[in-house]
Design a protein around this ligand. Sequence first.
Ligand SMILES: [Zn+2]
Length: 151
Amino acid sequence: MDCCAPSNNTGAARTDCPSCGEKGKNIQLITLKSLLKASALEKIEPENSYGFCSNSVCSTVYFSMNHLQTFAESDLKVPVYQKNPSMNVPVCYCFDWTRDRLLQAAGTHQQPAKQIKVHVQAGRCGCELNNPQGACCLGNVNVFLGGLNKG
Ligand SMILES: [Zn+2]
């Protein structure tokens, strides 16, 4: 949305993160409503558009596209995969595959990526409610598993 609009217009929806300047991803309000703690939820302005910053070195998770609000990982009920390197952080939020669980499944016959894909295709996932990025985790799962295979 608004990808061609000049970004220096006051009041224009800006998809760049106000904290790090990287381009964020438009996020549905339902994801913020589902994952923000009450103290942060009380501050959202539903008429605003919000973005998600996936930059791992930036502390901002969500920002309003008028650049007046930012929310950090501590404002969310769950740890954020992109911001938190802990092994007990979910990569797949819907089916509870943490980095640790994926690591343990690697080298067994469990094939987590395949399992997750089956559930996704069956329409069982709720990424917009469970995953802070508001979208399917499969890309992250494959990148994580791919990194394991290389290392
Ligand atoms: Zn950022």
